[in-house]
Design a binder for this molecule. Sequence first.
Ligand SMILES: Cc1cc2nc3c(=O)[nH]c(=O)nc-3n(C[C@H](O)[C@H](O)[C@H](O)COP(=O)(O)O)c2cc1C
Length: 204
Amino acid sequence: MSDPKDILTRMYKTDNSELVLPKEETERKDVEDILQSNIFNVMLNRRSQRRFEPKEVEDHKIELILAAADTAPTAGGFQGFEIFHIKNNEIKSELVKAANNQPYVNAPLVLVFCKNPSRVKLNFPEEILRKFSLQDATLAAAYAQLASHALGLSSIWIGMIDENMVMKILNTDLIPSSILCIGYPKKILQPKPKRSLKDLIHRV
Ligand SMILES: Cc1cc2nc3c(=O)[nH]c(=O)nc-3n(C[C@H](O)[C@H](O)[C@H](O)COP(=O)(O)O)c2cc1C
């Protein structure tokens, strides 16, 4: 098993001075413990949350969430997606409107995942490259969602968005795929029951 400190260095890519490492020893210890968390526990206990405490998400947790998104597989390894980290409160309010007025989009941490098919340098039809970039952006958001849960945060995935409005708000040509809204939960919710595997799996 790798040393948690190695994982920390890889997650934070310490050669990149823009990233924020946990400053305090206690924060570092906290993160090292979190990095040992069992992925099955994280997956099984995650539950969507639409009510957040007004508490800010700490910078080192934000960096871990972004680093986790960056570990997702992507088509050809070309990383055909971009993440907009929304720090401006006015932009958050605008995004609420672009998301059919879903008020929880105004969360402490808001990440918009966009497709970037121009990064996918594969010799396939445009349509396939668009599909790949949607899958890249979706997987990255899913990894960020699981990482958020592992860090003691909760989240809601927002797919009901007006793409054109979001593009205008962010002043980008990139088409958004989802918004991930993250924060400390007001109340811990139990995971939702799912279909039985017997119904879900079609063995052929
Ligand atoms: C593709 C997709 C789109 C979604 N869009 C929205 C949305 O616009 N608004 C919302 O409140 N929840 C949205 N959700 C969250 C789902 O409602 C939620 O994941 C689902 O009810 C299952 O609950 P769970 O995440 O707690 O298992 C979306 C989830 C996915 C995967």
